[in-house]
Design a protein. Structure first.
Length: 73
């Protein structure tokens, strides 16, 4: 999810959500869909332990694509 590929220093298969992390303030959280169990949001900052299990409907409500062209996580 980096528009500057291959110059990116961070990449993920999970979807970035334009919502700040409530624990560390990082600009984006990441949506992780799982086949078994509940989907969840987690912080893109590897040093932060934020994780929120959400209902599938709530994930889609929170879905916002990054608004600025070329903006990285």
């Amino acid at each position: 999810h980096c528009s500057q590929y291959p110059k990116c220093d961070y990449a993920t298969w999970d979807e970035p959500i334009a919502q700040p992390c409530p624990e560390c303030g990082r600009k984006f959280v990441i949506r992780k869909n799982v086949i078994k169990g509940d989907p969840f949001l987690y912080c893109s900052n590897e040093e932060c332990n934020y994780k929120e299990i959400v209902e599938r409907e709530k994930i889609w409500e929170k879905k916002d694509a990054p608004s600025e062209e070329g903006e990285d996580l």
